[in-house]
Structures are given as C-alpha cells and as structure tokens.
Ligand binder design. Structure first.
Ligand SMILES: Cc1cc2nc3c(=O)[nH]c(=O)nc-3n(C[C@H](O)[C@H](O)[C@H](O)COP(=O)(O)OP(=O)(O)OC[C@H]3O[C@@H](n4cnc5c(N)ncnc54)[C@H](O)[C@@H]3O)c2cc1C
Length: 178
C-alpha cells in the first residue's frame, strides 16, 4: 500500500492501514524528511510502526491490471532545488531516474479542498481565493443572508477543536441575528 504525501493525514492513513492489517505501507514524498509537514511525533510513531519512508520520490503514473485494480506506481526520483514560494526547496526531477513500486492500494493525501457542490450553487456566498467560504471570524456569518459557516470550509483543513469552536461562537448569535 502506498500513501502519497507527508502531512498528518498521510501519517494517520499509514498508521491506520498498519493497524487494519496492511503488510507493507510506504509513504512516498517528493521532498525530504526535513520538509515533511507532519508533526514530529506522528513521523516518529509511523517509523516505530514499521512504515517505510521513500523520500525524494514523486508519482508519475498508476499502473493497473486492466480490471480496475492498481498494481504498481511509476515514480521519478527527485533532488532539492532552489526555494519555492512556500520557502521550501523545490523538488526537481532527476532525468532517467524512473522506478516502479508495487502498490495494491493508493491513498493520495496531498491536501484538501471545499466540496464544490455547495459553494458552486450559492453564488451570493463569497469565497476566498482558495474556494473556502468567507465568514465573520467572531460570528460565523457569511455574505449570504441567514447563512453561517465554520470549520474546515472556512479555515481550510484545520482541527476538530477549531471547528467546534466556530460552531459554538456561531451558535450564540444564530438565534439572535436575523
Ligand atoms: C485523515 C485525517 C485525520 C485527521 N486527524 C485529526 C486529528 O487527529 N485531530 C484534529 O483535531 N483534526 C484532525 N483532522 C482534521 C479534522 O478532521 C477536521 O479539521 C474537522 O473534521 C473539521 O470539521 P468540520 O465539521 O469543519 O468538517 P468535516 O468533519 O469534514 O464535516 C463536514 C461534513 O459535511 C458533509 N458535507 C460536505 N459537503 C456537503 C454537502 N454539499 N451537503 C451536505 N453535507 C455535506 C461531509 O460529508 C461531512 O460529514 C484530520 C483530518 C483527516 C482527513
């Protein structure tokens, strides 16, 4: 099983897969351990649980058995170049360095986005440049009358505590504002 990405969600998916009985779990990431966004303790526990880390490796193509099942992933080896806009070194492909890694299940954990069903059918609800709903920080009110929003759909991927906090703040205002 291969997990693509190296954030907390990737570690969570990898460690859960081990507990559910996956024999071999590999984390595939295009930069190095230094740039991994996951918390240090998550990485530490993932290593303790026997998860393989394949750094400086980027997927190019999934290969299947012709019946809808993935069998391997073709990857390219990378090296670190100049810093990009995030301040982290940009991964640069190494020519002629393709490898094929056996893979019977792929989890892509490289970020999240808003569910477009909701945001696309509500044009009067303003979104920010990442497609998340713009809501008042203190009340959760959106630009659409009688609509409140909170949690990941406002902040982008965050935490349960922040989502619950947003709900509590909004709850105190929803029944008093019309
Ligand atoms: C793998 C993983 C591990 C995580 N681990 C942690 C952790 O350890 N600690 C932590 O604090 N946070 C963790 N998070 C983040 C945490 O899950 C989120 O920050 C939190 O769930 C956000 O809550 P929310 O209510 O905003 O959104 P969600 O929990 O995503 O709930 C949104 C709900 O809306 C539903 N929905 C979406 N679109 C529509 C629609 N159009 N109509 C109706 N319903 C819709 C969805 O099905 C979903 O049920 C993790 C996230 C992931 C993915």
């Amino acid at each position: 099983m291969c997990i693509f990405g190296a954030g907390n969600v990737a570690m969570d998916a990898a460690r859960t897969a081990v507990r559910l009985g996956s024999e071999k779990v590999s984390i595939i990431y295009r930069r190095t351990r230094e740039e991994m966004p996951a918390r240090i303790e998550e990485v530490h526990h993932a290593k303790e649980e026997g998860i393989e880390f394949r750094m400086l490796t980027s997927p190019l193509a999934f290969n299947g058995d012709g019946n809808g099942k993935v069998t391997s992933v073709t990857c390219q080896k990378m090296k670190l170049g100049e810093a990009d806009s995030s301040g982290r070194p940009r991964p640069v492909p190494i020519p002629d360095s393709q490898i094929t890694i056996p893979c019977d299940l792929a989890v892509i954990a490289v970020g999240s986005g808003a569910n477009l069903i909701l945001t696309e059918v509500t044009p009067s609800m303003n979104l920010n440049k990442w497609g998340y709903i713009i809501a008042d920080e203190n009340t959760g009110r959106t630009t659409m009358k009688r609509f409140w929003a909170g949690g990941d759909i406002v902040t982008g991927q965050a935490t349960v505590i922040l989502a619950m906090g947003a709900a509590r703040k909004a709850d105190q205002r929803i029944f008093t504002i019309t």
